[in-house]
Design a protein. Structure first.
Length: 113
């Protein structure tokens, strides 16, 4: 069974950092175009960052310079390092295998003092 499981979400103060993880099973992520998305209640899910099978990355303007998407092929895990967090980064974060219907269950990130 192919599955994506996110973890690492938490409550953090503005200016803080978090690293989100997305562990994949039944699917080898290095072969796929993977992405991180986020969603707040009442709004559409939005793209945060993507990484291709070749390792090329792309970021939403809101994430550029603050977030880093990466993967550990040995652990079959996708990461999102988030620095200089802002209250507007508060959302549920999801990992996604691009071009598929495969999504994780999400992990809550709350940025608040």
């Amino acid at each position: 069974q192919v599955q994506l499981v996110e973890s690492g979400g938490s409550l953090v103060q503005p200016g803080g950092s978090l690293r989100l993880s997305c562990a994949a099973s039944g699917s080898i992520i290095r072969f796929y175009f993977m992405g991180w998305y986020r969603q707040v209640p009442g709004k559409q899910r939005e793209l945060v960052a993507t990484i291709t099978s070749g390792g090329s990355t792309n970021y939403a303007d809101s994430a550029k310079g603050r977030f880093i998407i990466s993967r550990d092929n040995a652990k079959n895990t996708l990461y999102l390092q988030m620095n200089s967090l802002k209250p507007e980064d508060t959302a549920v974060y999801y990992c996604h295998r691009e071009g598929s219907i495969l999504w994780g269950q999400g992990t809550q990130v709350t940025v608040s003092s």
